[in-house]
Design a protein around this ligand. Structure first.
Ligand SMILES: Nc1nc2c(ncn2[C@@H]2O[C@H](COP(=O)(O)OP(=O)(O)OP(=O)(O)O)[C@@H](O)[C@H]2O)c(=O)[nH]1
Ligand SMILES: [Mg+2]
Length: 373
């Protein structure tokens, strides 16, 4: 299997050689893999590129990719290059400064062999840690926890800010649509977790220690670039939140229309002579069919069920799950009526639908009926 390291550098001439050497040692000790190192450098004025060019004479599996300034822009180019040109099977991006120690690589590869698609060394997994000062702790908390995790709703892993991860190419990285990614700075990290999650990737975090820089200077400090990075993170997290909630909005729209449909058919069937109970049941079944078709074509179009046999099976499952919703609704309304009296029944219905049936159905649809492959 071909493993490609993507090492991003900007003014890192003191340390780039040490990273190349360390990766070569790891390659020697893990000879079952075919390792390749791509240094991704944004035309560093300190001559990092020159150092790499010289080392390319000594190490044959080493290459330099020159990119425009910006970590996001650089990584987007590098990921595409690793997939398309280098034909990588596994890609491992990392910083050059040893804050993420390459010693975790053999374990990360083992996890990929075990079937995980994205392995993320994490400061927030049990046993992980960092050595940040108060300022960095605060900025990390704001961007990682508050903006990305809570506001953006990116929850596949807890450590969303690190560069270091192992990613399977087949069916995962190769499916990421880089042409529509337009991020410039450090927010590329949480954006990648989100993009990878859309491919249906299976994630795992392994505990890791985020160490101090071994040489050179940090590019992160309290300056104009930092403000730009935080703003970009906020905008991007908002976009991700909106994109993610689109599914729920579609589901809710269909639910709303089907309520109208049930009410209309209840009237029609009743006027045709059915008693109200049968009329309501028949109307509900029509709404169930409508729900199933529309959610399959629209809400879950990316996970569409299309073989005839599966449609039959899933439709039966869908009916069973809807029956569950009806029972739940009955239990909640009945229970509340017993406790507080019948006169508030419309309020109980509203509460049962809003707080129990809607979340229950959404859960069943997204996790059972149209679950990710
Ligand atoms: N190609 C490229 N790499 C960059 C750019 N900016 C930063 N890097 C590299 O990306 C990695 C992360 O940058 P750092 O400055 O270490 O950022 P950080 O780790 O969040 O900050 P510290 O904890 O203070 O080191 C390093 O290897 C940098 O050299 C860029 O514009 N282009
Ligand atoms: Mg660093």
């Amino acid at each position: 299997m071909k493993v490609v390291h993507l090492i991003t550098t900007y003014n890192e001439k003191e340390i780039v050689g040490r990273m190349i050497e360390t990766l070569a040692e790891i390659a020697k000790e893990n000879s079952q893999y075919d390792f390749y190192t791509l240094i991704v450098d944004s035309h560093s004025p300190d001559g990092t590129g020159e150092v790499v060019r010289k080392l390319m004479k000594k190490y044959k599996n080493l290459e330099l990719l020159e990119t425009p300034r910006g970590l996001g822009v650089s990584l987007i180019k590098a990921y595409q290059y690793a997939v398309k040109e280098l034909k990588a099977d596994i890609v491992i991006p990392n910083d050059v400064d040893f804050q993420w120690n390459p010693k975790y690589i053999p374990l990360m590869l083992k996890k990929i062999e075990e079937g995980y698609d994205v392995v993320v060394p994490s400061r927030h997994a049990k046993g992980g840690s960092d050595n940040f000062n108060c300022f960095r702790k605060l900025t990390h908390f704001i961007s990682n926890n508050l903006i990305n995790y809570y506001w953006g709703g990116i929850r596949e892993v807890k450590d969303l800010a690190g560069n270091f991860k192992a990613i399977r190419v087949k069916n995962v990285l190769e499916k990421v649509d880089f042409s529509r990614l337009n991020v410039k700075g450090f927010v590329i990290q949480s954006t990648m977790i989100y993009e990878l999650s859309k491919t249906g990737a299976k994630f795992i975090e392994i505990p890791a220690v985020y160490e101090d820089r071994k040489a050179g200077k940090a590019k992160v400090g309290f300056n104009a670039q930092f403000i730009k990075d935080i703003l970009e993170t906020l905008v991007q997290a908002t976009k991700i939140r909106l994109e993610r909630s689109q599914r729920f909005v579609k589901y809710a729209t269909i639910g709303f229309i089907s309520y109208g449909l049930t009410a209309t058919f209840l009237e029609i069937f009743y006027r045709l002579g059915l008693n109200p109970g049968w009329a309501a049941s028949a109307a509900s079944e029509i709404s169930i069919v409508f729900n199933f078709i529309m959610n399959n074509l629209w809400t879950f179009s990316d996970r569409k069920i299309d073989s005839a046999k599966k449609i039959v099976l899933k439709f039966l499952q869908f009916n069973l799950s809807s029956l569950g919703a009806v029972l739940l609704q009955g239990i909640v309304v009945g229970g509340l009526a017993k406790l507080f009296g019948d006169q508030w029944r419309q309020i109980y219905l509203f509460l049962a639908v809003g707080f129990v049936v809607v979340p229950y159905n959404y859960f069943m649809y997204s996790r059972v009926i149209w679950k990710k492959k």
